[in-house]
Every structure is written in C-alpha cells, then in structure tokens.
Write a protein that binds this ligand. Structure first.
Ligand code: FAD
Ligand code: SF4
Length: 508
C-alpha cells in the first residue's frame, strides 16, 4: 500500500502536518517540469530560486527520514507534466492512493484534477496549512460581493485578535495609519543592505539552460540573492524587523534610484513559496511593537499588507475566477511597449523600475503600481499582456496574488472590484515620491512639447478617454474640475501630444 504525496514548488511548508514525522508507505513526490516553466516566460532568477529551494526542501525531508522521489528538469525519465509523471510514478511504486495539497492557482488546480482523474486512484486534497483564511469560505464571500479592503482587514484583525485592546478596539485608536505613510526618502536614514547572502547556483543554471527553458532577465546564477531555505528566510525576517520595519510605514510609498528595497521586507518570495508562515511574520512585527522597537504606524502598516492585502487578493482570485482572467473593463487593447523587456527608455522612472526588475526580479509595490502599472494603464495596454509581464518578471509572482493586483488594483480591468478608483497619476506624483525626475531628460512639469513628461499628456488623455466611466466617481471629481479650468489651447495641445505619444510608444 503506497501513497504518493505531491508537493509543488510553492508548497515548501516544513510545518505542514504531512512532515511531522516520516510515514511508512508514503512517497513524497516533487518535480521540476516544463509545463510550469513554460506557461509564461519567467525571470531566470524565479526559475532558479524555485528549483533551488525545492531541491533543498527535498534534501531536508530526506535527512529527516521521509522517502522522496525528486524529478529534476533534465532527468531523462521526466515526462515534464503533472499527469504523465504521476502516472509513471504510480506504476513504479504500485501506488494505491494519491494525496495532494490545495494548489493556489486555478490553472494548477485544473491540471491536478485532470491528473487525478487519469490516475484513477482514491485521492485526497488537503489544506496547504498556510493562509490565515480558509479558501472555500473566502471564495464564497468574495463570489457574492467583494468587500472593501478596509472592512475585510478589520474583520481579520478581530478574527485573529491582532492589534486590539482589551475592549476589542484598535490599538493606537485607529485601524489604519496609511495617511502617515507617504514620505519621500531624503537619503536618510540609510536603507539596510540586501538581506540575503548570495548563493552560487551556476550548476543548476546549466541544467535549466540545457533543458531549453526560455527565461527573461539576468540569471545572476553565481550569486543568487534570494532565500532558498527556511532558515535563510527566517534570518531575512529578523534583519527586516530590526533594521527596516521601524521606517517601513513612513517610506512605504517612496522610490529611489539608489535603493531597490528601501525599507520593504523582500519577504514575498519566502511567503509565497510557504517557507515562511504569514502568522510568524506578523508575530515578529507585533513583538517588535510590544518591545517598543517600532511605532504603531510602522507595525500596523506592515501587518495590513499581510493580514489584509495578501489574504484579500486571494479572496478576489478564488471568488472570481475563472471569469476574472477575462476582465477588460476599460477595453484596453495596445501591446506593451517593447522596452518593458529591456528597460531601454529615456524615461528614468521606467528605465529604473524595469532595469531593476530585470536585474533583481524584484520591484517594490509602488514601483509596480505607480511606475510600470500606471504607465500601462494610461497607455491603454491590454491587461492580458500586462498580466503576463508581471507574472513572468517577479520572483514572487504566482497568479493568485499577481492577477488581482495587476488586473484589479493596477489596471482597473475588473471595473473597480479591487480599487475604488484607478491608480492613474501624472508626473507630479512620481516627482513627489521619488528622486527619478531630477535625472530625467523629460520635464515633470510640462504637458506638451518634445521635453514634456509623457505621463502628463497620457494622464489627461486617459482621464478624458474614460470620462464616462469615472466622472460620477466623487473621488475623481477634482481632476475633472482642474481640466475644465485649463485654457482650451492648453487642453488641445495636451491631447494632441498624447496622440503623438500613443503612436510612438516604442520610441519613448
Ligand atoms: C501590478 C502589481 C503586481 C503585483 N504582483 C505581485 C505578485 O505577483 N506577487 C506578490 O506577492 N505580490 C505582488 N504584488 C503586491 C506587492 O507589490 C508585493 O507583494 C511586494 O512588492 C513584495 O515585496 P516585499 O516582500 O518587499 O513587500 P513588503 O512591502 O515588505 O510587504 C510585506 C508583504 O506584504 C504582502 N503584500 C504587500 N502588498 C501586497 C499586495 N498588494 N497584495 C498581496 N500581498 C501584499 C507581501 O506578501 C509582502 O511580502 C503586486 C503589486 C502590483 C501593484
Ligand atoms: S520626468 Fe516623467 S518620465 Fe521622467 S522620471 Fe519623472 S515622471 Fe518619469
């Protein structure tokens, strides 16, 4: 009697009940397969980091006495898909049962359902023992009505007893300290160093290349700077709590050419592959607050990202898929400009955000939302193309979290399910929050003319193009009034310039 237990590359959860102790008759199965490397073109570091972390996880399981069958990408017997590999393994071990954890992605869940059907064995699907809300209940709520983040987050705080006083009121007197979190970073205090010591994974890179996997971005295989084990991830968490969390809230929306992470944690890869549990990350922040090492604004701001946003987007995804993947409320049809794959543009903000993403497979939230996302939104780029780009380029990109952030929050393609208004901004926002504009050949204050910042004319063109969609939204009233106050000649010149820019996007 043998049971095959499948562990996916984003299920590296050492605390899962399966791994409490080795069980007779169980074979843990892990596989590096082309169906997972090829459904979109991924950043080289993403493929490297996932495979390297999987290999280390399998070794740790074996060392703890578990029986593991690991299929490497280049193994001759690897059939490169879930169903074909599982069929071979079931025959090889004469398996009588198949068990798997819930997959986080709709696509993978479907593939695994098909694979189970082909196996024809009794199958059990268990919880991945990671999230702070149960998927079925979450999906039920979000399929009926998507709540606003703020109310969902308050419910999560109450449900998990986080940052509440004895009367169940929010610690600090407010649920949300977002308004305190808008500072530009003047270069002080210094941002902490990158939290992870690089690992040489060049032998693995050779295997990936030899297998013919197509990737984007810089592999950096001789010095991969991402956590590949739980202990490395924990060490990164400690560095963040000590050195960055005290300033997290204040500089959360800041951007700088000098620092990729600033005071962000860089923990999304470790969280999304489940090397870290969200509750342990939240508890580390709460402990720092209770010890007086960080203030309430920093602690609450960080907790909100994990207890609020991370769980919330999962609700949107599981409540609204598969239709969510087809949404295109603003009927955006343009391809992404070519320089999204090279970073070769004169616009410093985009050159920097894209260049950094190609180099590190990482950009922080505001770079994703207000630079690359904002530009694609203003230019009317097709959300399918935008989704594929975000899903490929970031180390932490798994569809359940990438898609609601991209289609919903950033591109407004879901018609406002996630965002109560589009995250559309002109150059003045970017100038206020970053040091990008001072080194740019474009002038952030100009709307038209050869030196005018493209964000400005594109912003007004976007607003006018979608006046029917947004004019009734009270949160959008101010810009429409500002437009009405502008001279007619200024308005004409701005819109004419926008038409020119849209024609020549690839050359900007
Ligand atoms: C267009 C777009 C695409 C995105 N794609 C992804 C993605 O593929 N994978 C991903 O994990 N996040 C994604 N995000 C959310 C967010 O940008 C990243 O989680 C964050 O930048 C990761 O860096 P960090 O670990 O330093 O985060 P920190 O700023 O340190 O935040 C701490 C943690 O909070 C969580 N978090 C923060 N914001 C969000 C959010 N909006 N949604 C979900 N979790 C959040 C993450 O787990 C993160 O690690 C996207 C955001 C946008 C605007
Ligand atoms: S001037 Fe415009 S293009 Fe240049 S960095 Fe600023 S916002 Fe970006």
């Amino acid at each position: 009697m043998t049971t095959l237990r499948l562990v996916l590359g984003d299920q590296l959860n050492a605390s899962h009940p399966w791994f409490r102790q080795p069980e007779d008759g169980c074979v843990v199965v892990m596989m590096e397969i082309r169906s997972e490397t090829d459904y979109v073109v991924h950043h080289a570091q993403k493929v490297l980091a996932i495979f390297a972390a999987m290999r280390r996880f399998a070794e740790a399981l074996q060392a703890a006495g578990h029986r593991v069958h690991y299929l490497r990408i280049g193994d001759p017997g690897n059939r490169q898909g879930f169903a074909a590999n599982l069929q071979w393994l079931a025959a090889h071990y004469q398996a009588t049962r198949f068990e798997r954890m819930e997959a986080d992605e709709w696509r993978v869940e479907r593939l695994l359902d098909e694979a189970s059907a082909r196996l024809g064995l009794p199958t059990t699907v268990v919880d991945a023992a990671h999230f702070l809300s149960e998927r079925g209940a979450l999906a039920q709520v979000f399929s009926e009505r998507v709540p606003r983040l703020e109310y969902f987050y308050r419910d999560m705080r109450r449900c998990h007893g986080i940052l509440l006083d004895d009367h169940q009121k929010p610690v600090g007197g407010r649920w949300n300290f977002d308004a305190d979190n808008r500072a530009r970073w003047p270069g002080e205090p210094p941002a902490p160093d990158w939290p992870w010591t690089p690992t040489d994974v060049s032998a693995l890179w050779q295997e990936i290349v030899a297998a013919g996997v197509r990737t984007l971005g810089e592999p950096g295989a001789d010095a991969l700077g991402w956590p590949l084990t739980r202990s490395q991830a924990r060490a990164g968490l400690q560095v963040f709590i000590k050195q960055a969390l005290p300033h997290f809230g204040r500089f959360q929306d800041a951007m700088s050419t000098r620092e990729p992470l600033l005071f962000h944690s860089g923990l999304s890869f470790a969280l999304n592959t489940k090397m870290l549990h969200p509750r342990e990350v939240i508890d580390a922040a709460l402990e720092a607050f209770e010890a007086g090492a960080v203030d309430i604004a920093a602690c609450e701001g960080f907790v909100r990202q994990i207890l609020g946003w991370r769980e919330y987007v999962r609700g949107v995804y599981w409540g609204r898929m598969p239709d969510y993947a087809q949404t295109n409320a603003l009927d955006a049809r343009r391809p992404l400009p070519r320089w999204y794959w090279t970073g070769e543009t004169d616009m410093v903000c985009l050159r920097h955000a894209i260049g950094q993403s190609l180099r590190l497979a990482y950009a922080h939230h505001i770079q994703r939302l207000m630079i690359t996302g904002n530009f694609a939104l203003l230019a009317g780029c097709d959300p399918d193309a935008v989704d594929a780009w975000y899903l490929g380029i970031y180390i932490d990109a798994f569809e359940w979290v990438e898609m609601p952030n991209t289609r919903g929050m950033s591109q407004y393609a879901d018609g406002g399910l996630v965002a109560s208004k589009p995250y559309a901004a002109s150059a003045s926002y970017i100038k206020r929050q970053s040091d990008y504009c001072k080194g740019c050949r474009y002038a952030a204050t100009r709307r038209h003319g050869p030196d005018a910042c493209p964000f400005n004319a594109l912003y007004w063109d976007f607003m006018l193009r979608h006046e029917a969609d947004f004019a009734a939204n009270p949160r959008m009233a101010m810009p429409y009034r500002a437009w009405q106050r502008m001279d007619e000649s200024e308005r004409d010149a701005t819109l004419t310039h926008a038409r020119y820019l849209l024609e020549w996007l690839d050359t900007l």
